[in-house]
Design a binder for this molecule. Structure first.
Ligand code: 6PG
Length: 246
């Protein structure tokens, strides 16, 4: 049974700092509570997760995580050279991953050195190797946590309005060339995002009020409104983004 956006749990918190702190605590709890195996986490991009990365990198928070059991993936990436200012991986590495004791082999940036299609295919292979199969199995989620953001046009990851990748039914990783945002993109598809124990949207700021309202209604006319998960869906929003709905 999958969970759709109309059945998402919504937590409205005071501000973006409180949202980041709540997500940090959730991540720490998830690693502690998972008895066996790795904890596979897909990070979101853009500006919203940066406060979370900074909080998790603080020694008193970082030491609460057994990083040897964490495996990091990405929900999407801008197809830019390694280390580029717009790279989601460069940001996560700078703010968090280079400051905690996570084994380098357990950090899986989306590749950007070949064509966007070739890089998407390579990342599919990385995910299949981590999962240990080439077919997603119901009841055995690929990800423990998928973090997602929300664009002011209703996109999430790099699932942008009007993009063919929205209709992808087989691949776990797709490509996008949005007209409303810079750079070609690699993105997890709905199929891969659905193979999750938990999807968490982090949504902060007044400019997100209209799209957050539509996301909460499960409005399928916006890409984020079509997100489903085999597990649970949580929206962590601040009062500014929740507006009257807070
Ligand atoms: C990206 C993201 C994207 C992001 C939203 C929200 O690479 O741009 O993954 O989906 O989450 O655009 O971005 P902000 O957090 O900057 O508002």
């Amino acid at each position: 049974m999958t969970t759709d956006m109309r059945h998402a749990v919504v937590e409205v918190l005071k501000d973006s700092e409180a949202v980041a702190m709540e997500m940090a605590r959730l991540l720490i709890r998830t690693v502690k509570e998972k008895q066996q195996g790795r904890v596979r986490i897909a990070l979101s991009g853009g500006s919203t997760p940066k406060q979370l990365f900074a909080i998790l990198a603080q020694p008193d928070m970082a030491r609460q995580v057994d990083w040897s059991r964490v495996e990091i993936f990405y929900g999407d990436e801008r197809h830019v050279p390694e280390g580029h200012a717009d790279s989601n991986h460069a940001s996560a590495r700078e703010l968090l991953l280079s400051r905690v004791s996570i084994p380098a082999a357990q950090v899986h940036p989306m590749p950007t050195a070949a064509t966007v299609a070739e890089d998407a295919a390579s990342y599919q292979t990385v995910l299949e190797q981590a999962y240990g199969a080439t077919k997603l199995e119901a009841g055995r989620p690929l990800f423990d946590i998928v973090m997602l953001g929300l664009g002011t046009d209703g996109h999430t990851a790099s699932l942008f309005p009007g993009e063919p990748v929205l209709e992808e039914k087989k691949a776990w990783v797709g490509v996008a060339a949005p007209r409303t945002a810079p750079h070609e993109r690699l993105t997890l598809t709905y199929l891969a995002i659905a193979s999750s124990a938990l999807v968490v949207f982090l949504v902060t700021g007044e400019n997100k009020v209209p799209m957050l309202a539509r996301l909460r209604q499960g409005d399928g006319s916006i890409p984020s409104g079509r997100i489903v998960s085999e597990g649970k869906i949580l929206i962590l929003a601040d009062e500014a983004a929740a507006g009257e709905l807070s």
